[in-house]
Design a protein around this ligand. Structure first.
Ligand SMILES: C[S@@+](CC[C@H](N)C(=O)[O-])C[C@H]1O[C@@H](n2cnc3c(N)ncnc32)[C@H](O)[C@@H]1O
Length: 245
């Protein structure tokens, strides 16, 4: 217990530059899905989101919720089952198809006219729409604005040099009164190349602080067996809530 507290209170890692030029291509992400190299996926959903779901929803009805870099996140179904409408974006068509199959949802697919080669997959009930394209192309599809954004495995998966571009897209998708939950990870970046990439508290504030009030809701020790192969022995998750300034 004392150890966990010491880790949670520890300073951030000083070497923030070591991952800055690291690049993963869209093809490399797609290959991860083909090779079932998807250790980031959580079958039971995200425990901190479960804990803060009521705070996040504030009892509001029929919200539009955005999932950047959604993978096959089961949390999309949590929101849809509560009557909200979910929009996600994911480059892997395989990941999107797996989502609908594993959640037992029938779906249709059609091309996105504004983005050549891209497709949209929609649940038959109409409340989950997943865009299969590069997130950075998505604004061309005019997907509207959102009341909530759930950002897990998203900012931390974007190439570090694209973070500003990413936060600009995210902020352009927010509607007045929005709430945005962001999960980031803190570990020694000299030991693991990422993704996920290490994002400092300072960078979160730099990217979102001019437009949002930022509150860190929780810091949690999320070290698991699989992290040992990354060469690290501690990893902390920080959950932030952004609201409109
Ligand atoms: C770390 S995973 C996280 C998935 C999901 N958010 C979760 O919590 O399970 C990142 C996902 O983003 C997708 N991805 C990476 N870069 C992307 C981009 N530029 N546009 C769309 N999807 C992207 C990858 O294929 C991968 O499924």
């Amino acid at each position: 217990m004392a150890d966990t507290r010491a880790v949670l209170d520890s300073e951030e890692y000083p070497d923030t530059e070591v991952q800055k030029d690291r690049v993963l291509t869209l093809e490399e992400w797609q290959e991860k899905w083909v090779n079932h190299n998807t250790g980031f996926h959580q079958d039971q959903g995200h425990q901190l989101l479960k804990k803060y779901l009521d705070t996040f929803l504030k009892g509001e009805k029929a919200l539009r919720v955005f999932f950047p870099l959604c993978g096959k996140a089961v949390e999309m179904k949590w929101f849809a089952d509560r009557g909200h409408s979910v929009v996600g974006v994911e480059i892997s068509e395989l990941g999107i198809r797996e989502f609908f199959m594993e959640q037992n949802l029938s779906y249709s697919e059609e091309p996105i006219m504004e983005i050549p080669g891209a497709k949209i997959f929609k649940s038959s009930s109409g409340n989950i729409s997943l865009y299969c394209c590069n997130l950075f192309d998505l604004p061309r599809a005019n997907i509207g604005k959102f009341d909530r954004i759930w950002d897990r495995g998203a900012l931390v998966a974007v190439n570090p040099s694209d973070r500003k571009r990413y936060s600009d897209v995210m902020l352009s998708l927010t509607r007045p009164g929005f709430q945005y939950l962001l999960s980031v990870l803190s570990y020694d970046p000299t030991k693991h190349a990422g993704p996920p990439f290490y994002v400092t508290d300072g960078e979160v504030k730099e990217l979102f602080g001019s437009v949002c009030n930022i509150q860190c809701l929780e810091k949690a020790d999320v070290f698991e067996e699989r992290h040992k192969s990354w060469g690290i022995d501690q990893i902390i998750e920080r959950l932030y809530l952004f609201t409109e300034k």
